[in-house]
Design a binder for this molecule. Structure first.
Ligand code: DAH
Length: 339
């Protein structure tokens, strides 16, 4: 039995010297020290020993158990150390490497310029309001003095949903909605998407953005319109910008005008940017037609107002020298990164 015990110690030690992972170590522990282990099996035979032999073998068995336990603990510690060393080697961190820059986006060029325009008008006491993109024919056309058979409807190729509902072709319906809900004094701008059934090309898109403006109060005159829009253009394009008002026609304003700014590239000489004109059209405007005021329940004998509408894309394209409208909607990061 002594021999068997010594054998167990020897093979346990031999096996421990081969162990390379924690799982194998655990198996050895069970194999030798477990309830069904080899050492226990031998101790079970102690009953067959003589009274003198029993304490001797008992002591030896205890020594061997202690010895194996120590060896297992020692091998375990060695394994953990090796594992740690390997991980330290594998996961070596080079703190001198440059960090990874996190990608932070920024506003789309349309929103950069829109925010600037909003700031200018907020500074002049305007509020920013919004209206629906799916709109009633009544607000988009009729209330704006464009009855069903009006020829001016033709220039705005409209997406009709049915006879009375459409995608708004302009932000002007927000004027009507505002005047219905709010009594003068009114000072608002209304930015938003508008839709027209146009083929896509470098200067056309079936969806684009407009910014509408409306001022209604007692005693508002054409001088207020000119003063306000001149200040706006100078804030947007620089104090030395020159503007001119050109007579025009819109069914919802009388008189109506278009506002041009002197070409900032050629200063009126005529170049490619202004198509030889020397001037660039920025917006449409005019004094709100008395009929439109009436349609909204505002007495044109007491109140008067002016209104204007501009296309955001054109302003953005000129600002950043973008020659193709589609770039603004493609959302190609390589393009957008530049702003
Ligand atoms: N809604 C016009 C358009 O889409 C632009 C416009 C012109 C708006 C004159 C106005 C205005 O408010 O007074 O062409």
């Amino acid at each position: 039995m002594k021999e068997a015990l010594n054998n167990i110690l020897a093979t346990a030690k031999a096996e421990l010297s081969q162990v390379a992972e924690a799982k194998a170590l655990d198996e050895i522990r069970v194999k030798y020290l477990g309830k069904k282990g080899e050492l226990t099996a031998i101790l079970k035979q102690m009953g067959s020993l003589s009274a003198e032999e029993r304490p001797v073998i008992g002591q030896l068995a205890n020594e061997i158990r202690a010895h194996i336990e120590d060896s297992i603990a020692f091998t375990g510690a060695q394994l953990r150390e090796k594992l740690l060393a390997r991980r330290l080697e594998e996961e070596k961190l080079d703190v001198t490497l440059p960090g990874q820059k996190s990608l932070i986006g920024h506003q789309h060029p349309l929103n950069i310029v829109l925010d600037e325009i909003k700031e200018i008008f907020l500074g002049m006491g305007f509020d920013v309001v919004h209206g629906p993109e799916v709109e009633l024919d009544y607000y988009n056309f009729e209330a704006l003095n464009l009855p069903k058979d009006h020829p001016a409807r033709d220039v705005q190729d409209t997406f009709y949903i049915n006879d009375t509902v459409l995608l708004r072709t302009q932000t002007s319906p927000v004027q009507v909605r505002t005047m219905e809900q709010q009594k003068p004094p009114i000072r608002i701008i209304a930015p938003g998407r508008v839709y027209r059934s146009d083929e896509v090309d470098a200067t056309h898109s079936p969806m684009f953005h407009q910014i509408e403006g409306l001022v209604v109060d007692k005693g508002v005159t054409m001088a207020d319109l000119k003063g306000t829009l001149e200040v706006f253009v100078k804030r947007l394009y620089g104090e030395d910008s020159q503007v001119r008002f050109r007579p025009h026609h819109f069914p919802f304003t009388e008189p109506s005008a278009e506002l041009d700014v002197m070409c900032f590239h050629c200063h009126g000489e005529g170049c490619r940017l202004c198509k030889g004109e020397g001037w660039i059209e920025i917006l449409g405007c005019g004094m709100v037609h008395p009929k439109v005021l009436q349609n909204c329940g505002i007495d044109p004998e007491i109140y008067s107002g002016f209104a204007f509408g501009m296309g955001l894309e054109r302003i953005v394209m000129r600002r950043y020298n973008i020659d193709d409208l589609r770039l603004l909607y493609d959302n190609d990061i390589r393009f957008l990164e530049q702003f």
